[in-house]
Design a protein around this ligand. Structure first.
Ligand SMILES: [Zn+2]
Length: 377
């Protein structure tokens, strides 16, 4: 099926982006400019008594499998909920689990990624001339949110066009009408040319008897998961990289446990979104694999680059800071527009105040939990 090849192509693209992000660290091995802040900015042994290379290495080697396992558990937990009858997509509990997941994603953007970016780009180790004059973090985050909107909108058009080409000219005049009242803000994209487009879906999607609106929604959920995974993965690699490159036992030791919980929680957030994309086992395991391996990959990368990578070198600060800012904007848009607004303005939650309040509580719980985690990683 061509949509599967496209999804794979997307994943490959994401991997490429990751490696491209890592490349500058390899390329730029020179230490920071030696000036008054040089002591803080370049000296790897600045952490004094905590500096212990073999002990740090042992901790990192323990961290890799532990974090890997907790990531897998976290992201699979919502997926296995499929087999629990109370968690079927049409049940209320499912909506609440999704709301929790959205809260986690939102807090990842606001509480983990955005402050990191501010810290990176306002670091005293950076030359104050361009970096102190202008809030690059806010600017890049804003641009990223807008770009996500653009990519999102174009991808939907692309999906719809392809469905139009692939599908037969089924009779669908009534479909557009049928689709519009059921869904919140997003239906407008497909709506304009909806009569042919939506009907053509019949040929393509797994459930031939499902109604067209839910197919459009499903396609949307799939776009969301792919974009979301990219945004989350940036943070996962960056925190892994930080740990991998650190030689301070005092920093690493508490970080191992914190990052396990971090990945467990974030995995639950992502898992909730993967669940609603209703992929097959192969795509699901690809998404799980991709998410779970990124932090261990980051640690391994940090280990490999220990000699050349300095967390406080200008290059690392700028690259990581800009990546974090972009990822914050992306997560902000995704969590608020695609996940929360889409659900809260949707027919299911609009139909019940009680469910709305419960979902809101779940959002607060997810966001609160992830915010607490921000204290460590
Ligand atoms: Zn974090």
């Amino acid at each position: 099926m061509s949509s599967r090849t496209q999804q794979h192509a997307l994943l490959h693209l994401a991997v490429l982006v990751l490696f491209a992000a890592a490349a500058p660290f390899l390329a730029n091995a020179q230490p920071a400019a030696p000036d008054q802040t040089a002591a803080v900015c370049t000296d790897p042994a600045a952490d004094g008594a905590c500096h212990n290379v073999p002990k740090a290495l042992r901790l990192k080697l323990i961290a890799i499998p532990t974090i890997l396992v907790s990531s897998v558990i976290g992201v699979c937990l919502p997926l296995f909920s499929r087999s629990v009858p109370a968690l079927r997509p049409d049940r209320n509990l499912f909506v609440i689990v999704k709301a929790f997941a959205s809260g986690v994603i939102l807090a990842t953007g606001y509480m983990h990624v955005l402050p990191d970016s501010f810290n990176n780009l306002t670091s005293p180790c950076l030359p104050p001339k361009p970096w102190g004059d202008f809030s690059f973090t806010a600017f890049v985050a804003m641009l990223a949110a807008l770009s996500t909107l653009m990519v999102d909108s174009l991808m939907l058009t692309f999906y719809n066009r392809r469905a139009k080409q692939g599908g037969a000219s089924a009779s669908g005049a009534a479909v557009a009408d049928h689709e519009s009242p059921a869904h919140g803000h997003w239906h407008g994209h497909g709506h304009g040319h909806g009569d042919i487009v939506v009907a053509a879906e019949n040929a393509d999607v797994a459930k031939p008897d499902g109604d067209e609106a839910s197919k459009v929604q499903l396609r949307r959920n799939r776009v969301v998961v792919q974009v979301l995974e990219m945004g989350i993965v940036v943070h996962s690699v960056v925190i892994g990289l930080g740990m991998g490159a650190s030689q301070s036992v005092c920093t690493i030791r508490p970080l191992v446990a914190a990052m396990c919980f971090h990945q467990l929680f974030e995995g639950m957030g992502l898992g909730g979104c993967i669940l609603q994309a209703e992929y097959g086992a192969r795509m699901n395991s690809a998404l799980v694999f991709f998410f779970s391996t990124t932090t261990p990959f980051g640690i391994a990368l940090g280990l490999a680059l220990t000699k050349v990578y300095r967390e406080n070198s200008p290059t690392a600060l700028i690259v990581v800071g800009l990546l974090n800012a972009a990822s914050a904007g992306l997560l902000h848009y995704m969590a608020l527009v695609e996940l929360l607004a889409a659900d809260f303005m949707g027919p299911k939650l609009q139909g019940s105040v009680k469910l709305q309040l419960l979902s809101f509580l779940a959002v607060l719980l997810g966001a609160g939990g992830m915010s607490v985690m921000a204290k460590w990683a």
